[in-house]
Design a protein around this ligand. Sequence first.
Ligand SMILES: [Zn+2]
Length: 477
Amino acid sequence: MTRHINLSDPTDLVGLRRYLADEDKDHRLYPLDMMGVTISADAHLGVAAAVKQALAAAGKPGRAQIVVLVDTSAIRRKGESLRRIVEGQLAPDHDVRTEVLDDGHPTLHAHEQTLDAAAAAVKGADLVVTIGSGTMTDVGKVATNRNGDIPLVAVQTAASVDGFTDNVSVVLKNGVKRTIPSRWPTFVLADAVTIADAPLELNTSGFGEAISLFTAPADWYLANLAGLDNTFHPASMALLKAAAAEPPSWADGISKGETNAIQNLTRLLALRGIVSGVSNTTACLSGVEHVISHMLDLHHAAHHKPIGLHGAQVGVATLVATRLWRRAIETDLIRPELLRKPDAATMERRITAAFGHLDQTGAIAAECWRDCQKKLQLVEANWARIQSVVSNWRGHATEFDRMVQPPETLRPALIASGAPARFESLTPVITPELARWAVANCHLMRNRFNLVDLLDMMGLWTPELIDWVMADMKAGA
Ligand SMILES: [Zn+2]
């Protein structure tokens, strides 16, 4: 019997697995290796059942050694300690030990010492339950991965990132954020009531991250057309399109902490995690907006400033991406006769000019140049494909049109959610000069190919076009 599969439902893992199996006959995608994702207003009550199922699947039914892994933040659900609620469900049937990770920061940082401490804390356990937001979950994934992939039940307490439902962890290496392979959680339990009570900036930041769903897939598709990205998979794109079919009409519920809106946001983020997990790349959800955010991180790190919230930066930068994309889709901006091969010496000079001031040694500029050289080599190798993309631009534009929501939709949604919608509203504050630097040079920092690379190769990435896109960023909250 066949049944209808809702491709935008991240909790229907059986349906999603069946869809992916049908659409991925050559097994290019990674297996979706989670047993359950629950997103509801009482998901926290499912810990005991999830633990039981996970232990049975691991061949260890019955009484087990369970470590509950938390950080120092006291997470409450309607005034009650969530940790106590979880421990209370497990204590009758298991030996439960709670380990508190404390690295001295008000919120946990996923640097090497934390990962080591977490791996040591869960040693000997049959199963681990983490309670917390993105970093706590990422740490739990690494700690259990280092202990033979023992089952992990992740109780999600904020809708801040899309990394709860994927198989990688964002960690700090020498103070720099890096994504490393880790594992899928066995179960993810996202309780919308607890999440609604999380600090507002975490959930609004999650909303900023989420709306890049309405621009970034176009960059992934473009890179694939141009021959510069071989991670593209039509099945992953179909899931992204299903999730992006409806622009969020519930954004204002995020700022009000409404359970329903929080649930919608959590679902959107969970689906993003699943798609990047099975695609084994963040490229499917990381386009122009993400490199702009990385530029801000790079600047802050070089100046020893705190790094801003990723999703908040991505949300603002998504408004830049959508404006550029809509112009490329709706106007005759892109014309085949404008296309020119980039000149390596010129690019190197521009990279030195853009990044040379960030450190004494020139190491950052050198790193960016190394990455961009790879891109230039790929551009050279795929020149005929790039020419063909540009020649057939009007045809492709119909496809891009389905992937990019206009700023008229995204800006009001971002504002309604309570997330920053201008660079000046971010923390740390981004001055107009810094914002312009980040946007103007975003294609010079790494090897991924996106719309700005194409505009630049056509001589269109001019001060006038940058002025035009930045002028629009002054509107909004
Ligand atoms: Zn992101």
